[in-house]
Design a protein. Structure first.
Length: 106
């Protein structure tokens, strides 16, 4: 009976540790993503043609490794030349916003 109790406690601790570790890794990923070019309105990707946005969307990967597809697009009030592309992961449905500078659009 005592052994069973120890096994149960150890299992709970292992599951809890894995969940905590996974969450920590995810938060680290989110913090890093903010600093990447194209992932914040302060540092958007500069595009020359509208179709360039598709190239960036195809290259983008979610933290789970899944590809993303664009779901919506809208302008930013505070940054008049920046467009936001709202993308979603095909695997985990994580929403990823990509920012594009359209000032030099031809
Ligand atoms: Zn994903």
């Amino acid at each position: 009976m005592e052994v069973l109790g120890i096994v149960v406690i150890a299992s709970v601790l292992i599951v809890g540790y894995r969940a905590w570790n996974k969450r920590r890794a995810y938060q680290g990923y989110l913090a890093k993503r903010e600093d990447l070019e194209g992932h914040s309105p302060k540092e958007p990707w500069t595009i020359l043609q509208h179709k360039d946005m598709e190239i960036y969307v195809k290259r983008e990967r979610c933290h789970c490794g899944g590809k993303v597809y664009s779901r919506a697009e809208y302008p930013l009030e505070d940054y008049p030349h920046v467009r936001v592309l709202v993308c979603e992961c095909v695997r985990c449905e994580e929403v990823i916003r990509l920012y594009f500078q359209r000032e030099y659009l031809q």
